[in-house]
Design a protein around this ligand. Structure first.
Ligand code: GLU
Length: 452
């Protein structure tokens, strides 16, 4: 058992057989918080013994992801594939001491395997989250610990590695609870200290089904969220709240605050729901806390990725781009939303003359003459303004809103919005006037009048 003065060491040991699953990310986070809040160490180990399924690209991707999330590891990066000689030594020791034996198999392709001599007893451990767990290991029989002397199975290598790297706390997914008795038995046979265990609840979709690649596709991988332009701080924050809460109303945390506040004993036992809507909300909260410059730069860069927009002169007008940024920012919850909006051509009208059919200008049963009259009235009002650009959308609103209320909001504002954007859905016409400026607005409204 643990010595109170012992340095706490946790580990994150993914298998590089696919993109990092968000469940694994949460496991990494909880290990990281626990190590850091105790002044301990956080070790990363690559469990790459499966030569067929392990890929270097997944390993590198996973290391990039840890960096992106802001999780720094301590010490060397461990690779199981480089440690076969060490596992061999431990396997020999077990065989020599009569605690394991080579078994001739009659079934399957394997001729010889190494089996653990099960002492057939009840193993009890106190899980930091699930409390006391007892397991009668008799039913495990003499389980396999190596396919041959060069190929230990996961249970053996994990015990050897955790021991050699001094791991004191094994914090991992619930799906490993049933592996724990085997690993405890192996540890006892090797005479190594038993780590403290904490098994985290599975992450479930909103319909309480297990989050799986088969059912939920790419959205189970961290990559997916990276590509959509979520902020790493928001992902860290959100995943921390999947299965844990601070017991207060506070929901927005930085990683440093999480290190201070996280409490492994308060992690819930039952399945934890992953809610993409809540993630979007939290991401937006983190976005709002970014410096204005960062926000404008990100929006500018994404706008420039769009063909139509990048060809327009206006993209170089800093003031203009800042104004659109305000509007765009109100309509997104992650950076990738900008790509979606521009991809659908939703912002093109800010950069080029809108194209639309004349009939679209008419509100319901309204006539061309009435629409024309309202648009002319608006041009006259805008003409009275001295400056070409407005301070805010309110300038136009103050000019037009009362008139629109008296003459019918639809009758007045619908053709105005259409004239300015060519779209049935767009920011309100006052915002459009503010962004486009006086002369551009007047020119677009005049064009609409010509069409009518
Ligand atoms: N490589 C295992 C996995 O990715 C880790 C098991 C463990 O934490 O002991 O599930």
């Amino acid at each position: 058992m643990q010595d109170k003065n012992q340095k706490i060491i946790t580990r994150f040991p993914p298998s590089p057989t696919g993109p990092l699953h968000i469940g694994n990310v949460r496991t990494a986070l909880f290990n990281y918080f626990f190590a850091r809040q105790n002044g301990g160490q956080f070790i990363v180990r690559v469990e790459d013994t499966d030569k067929v399924r392990s890929k270097k690209e997944y390993e590198l991707g996973m290391l990039d992801s840890l960096k992106w999330l802001g999780l720094s590891r301590d010490g060397q990066l461990w690779h199981q594939s480089e440690r076969v000689e060490i596992y061999k030594k431990y396997l020999r020791k077990l065989i020599d001491e009569g605690k394991a034996y080579v078994s001739q198999e009659t079934e399957g392709d394997n001729k010889e395997v190494i089996r653990f001599k099960n002492p057939n007893k009840v193993v009890t451990f106190t899980d930091l989250i699930r409390g006391e767990i007892s397991f009668d290991t008799t039913e495990l029989k003499d389980f396999i610990i190596a396919r041959n002397i060069n190929e230990p199975v996961y249970h053996l290598s994990v015990v050897v590695d955790d021991f050699q790297s001094g791991v004191t706390h094994v914090i991992r997914g619930d799906d490993h609870v049933s592996n724990t008795p085997r690993q405890i038995l192996i540890g006892e046979a090797l005479g190594v200290p038993r780590p403290v265990y904490a098994h985290l609840p599975l992450i479930l979709a909103k319909d309480r089904s297990k989050l799986s690649k088969r059912k939920h596709g790419q959205s189970v991988s961290l990559d997916y969220y990276q590509k959509l332009g979520y902020l790493p701080g928001a992902i860290v924050n959100y995943l921390s709240l999947v299965g844990w809460n601070p017991g207060t109303d506070k929901e927005i945390f930085t990683i440093d605050e999480l290190i201070k506040t996280f409490d492994i004993t308060q992690v819930q036992k039952g399945g934890a729901i992953f809610d993409p809507v809540k993630l979007d909300w939290l991401n937006k909260e983190h976005m709002k806390r970014l410096p204005k410059n960062t926000i404008n730069k990100e929006i500018y860069n994404r706008l420039k990725n769009n063909d139509i927009i990048s060809k327009s002169e206006k993209i170089n007008d800093k003031k203009f781009v800042e104004k659109i940024s305000e509007t765009i920012f109100n309509h997104i919850s992650k950076w990738g939303d900008i790509d979606t909006i521009t991809g659908e051509g939703e912002l093109s009208y800010f950069f080029e003359e809108p194209q639309y059919e004349a009939e679209k200008l008419l509100w319901k049963e309204s006539s061309p003459d009435i629409s024309k009259k309202h648009l002319m009235w608006i041009i006259n009002q805008l003409d009275k303004i001295q400056n070409d650009s407005f301070d805010s959308a309110d300038t136009a609103k103050n000019l037009i809103f009362d008139y629109a209320t008296e003459n019918g909001k639809g009758e007045v504002l619908w053709p105005l919005r259409l004239a300015l954007s060519g779209k049935e859905k767009s920011p309100d016409p006052f915002t459009l006037i503010y962004i486009l400026g006086k002369s551009e607005s007047i020119s677009r409204i005049s064009n609409a009048i010509k069409k009518l």
